[in-house]
Design a binder for this molecule. Structure first.
Ligand SMILES: [Zn+2]
Ligand SMILES: [Zn+2]
Ligand SMILES: [Zn+2]
Length: 138
């Protein structure tokens, strides 16, 4: 009898552990808004293979696939992140679902530091819209 109950105990422990594991392997990713979003946060406007990041906007704290998606859904102007807040996690990798700080993203060399997925290097043309990059010193 003792053998049976210890077996049961072992089995239920395994079950608990596997549930824990599953839950932590698939963390709930934050909600991302955008037009025609795919599962890696590509949108109607930017849907190349490397257009996989979403950005949490400073003005509303909501992840959008891009600035044009923000303009399509939000009722206010986009506000860039001041440099003093670049330690905030505000960039979402659509490939692995991890959230990067703005500084980590800007230093990432267009690759996710976690899953190595390639980010679109052309995004830097728009950095100033999302992140208040200080003007180049002469
Ligand atoms: Zn906003
Ligand atoms: Zn968009
Ligand atoms: Zn990633």
């Amino acid at each position: 009898m003792a053998f049976v109950s210890s077996c049961l105990l072992f089995f239920s422990l395994c079950l608990c552990y596997s549930q824990f594991f599953v839950r932590h392997m698939h963390p709930p990713t934050p909600e991302v808004r955008g037009l025609n979003l795919d599962s890696q946060t590509r949108c109607f406007h930017y849907h190349g293979p490397a257009d996989i990041i979403a950005i949490k906007m400073k003005c509303c704290g909501i992840y959008y696939a891009c600035k044009d998606c923000h303009d399509a859904f939000a009722d206010h102007r986009l506000e860039p992140w001041p440099k003093s807040e670049w330690h905030t996690q505000a960039v979402l990798c659509g490939s692995c679902g991890s959230e990067l700080t703005i500084s980590a993203y800007l230093q990432s060399n267009s690759r996710c530091p976690r899953c190595r997925a390639a980010f679109n290097p052309c995004c830097c043309n728009h950095y100033h819209l999302y992140f208040a990059v200080p003007p180049e010193s002469p």
